[in-house]
Write a protein that binds this ligand. Structure first.
Ligand code: GUN
Length: 288
């Protein structure tokens, strides 16, 4: 039987530390500030954005929300980002993805000043991550690494298999595991022997977005299983990629959905905002 990696409980603990650090920075005259921009009315995005605003308020981080109509032009969005890039109250900027089809997401990502890019999607920050000296790491993979640390999971010398190759999760996840001396395989929709690859994993990370994708016969006895997905099953219930009842008896550690990776992603956005604030005010990272 697996031990559950309780992201919800750990995130609550992390938020207490974030609140203290935000208060320290505020006292020094530098209240951290995050701007979140949502274009359009994607219901899932609306929930995510509302949660980010709530998290900031709970931790004493200044939060500026911009909810723009679907028909906002690319030019209007880029103009807003230019204003935010130059706004001293704003240390972090996040444009919720996906953006509507008429807007080029890569242009948007590149319009955010790298020092305010708390998503770490800008090519400058991707380059820093790739060369092993990140200032920000993308929130979901960074949250997974933090959760693994809390549960004593060290990727060094382990065979890590990541399913999914997105810029948001799969690719940066692989880079972070490599930085921690894991041996990393990235699998994707064109991998011919997915099951065999997964069976070799000491640490298996699934970021596919398909309910029921990871079944018990794909998991090695004693593996650590991390489920990144937030799917809805046929009954509308939130669930991950992993068939929990099949995989849990084989795994040594497993993340639940909800309450595993999701809360850690939210924590890392707050942490990246504090880091951005310190960087912009030429302050050292506190030793922690
Ligand atoms: N949409 C889904 N995940 C993310 C994320 O991590 N950042 C942004 N900006 N949009 C997302």
């Amino acid at each position: 039987m697996a031990k559950i990696m309780d992201g919800k409980a750990f995130a609550a603990k992390c938020k207490n530390q974030i609140r203290e650090e935000a208060a320290r920075l505020t006292e020094m005259g530098h209240q951290p500030g995050l701007a979140v921009v949502l274009v359009g009315e994607n219901p899932a995005s609306q929930v995510y954005v509302r949660n980010k605003d709530k998290d900031c308020r709970e931790c004493g981080i200044y939060s500026a929300m911009y909810t723009l109509p679907e028909e906002t032009s690319e030019e209007q969005l880029l103009e807003l980002l230019d204003v935010l890039n130059h706004d001293d109250k704003i240390n972090g900027i996040l444009v919720q993805l996906p953006v509507p089809k008429h807007i080029d997401s890569q242009k948007v990502i590149e319009a955010i000043a790298p020092i305010k890019d708390v998503d770490a999607f800008h090519p400058t920050n991707v380059g820093y991550l790739t060369t092993g000296m990140p200032r920000f790491a993308p929130c979901t993979p960074a949250g997974i690494v933090k959760l693994m640390e809390e549960y004593g999971v060290d990727p060094a010398g382990k065979h890590c298999v990541v399913i999914g190759r997105s810029n948001i999760v799969g690719k940066p996840m692989a880079l972070l595991l490599l930085q921690k001396n894991g041996t990393v395989t990235i699998c994707h929709s064109k991998t011919p022997d997915l099951k065999e690859q997964c069976l070799r994993a000491d640490i298996l990370i699934s970021a596919v977005g398909k309910t029921g994708f990871v079944t018990g016969d794909m998991v090695k006895e004693g593996a650590v299983v991390i489920d990144v997905a937030m799917n809805r099953n046929s009954e509308g219930k939130l669930c991950g990629d992993v068939v929990y009842e099949e995989v849990e008896p084989k795994a040594s550690l497993i993340t639940p959905v909800p309450g595993g990776v999701g809360p850690m992603t939210r924590v890392m956005l707050l942490e990246n905002t504090l880091t951005a604030c310190r960087l912009q005010n030429h302050m050292e990272d506190p030793a922690c």
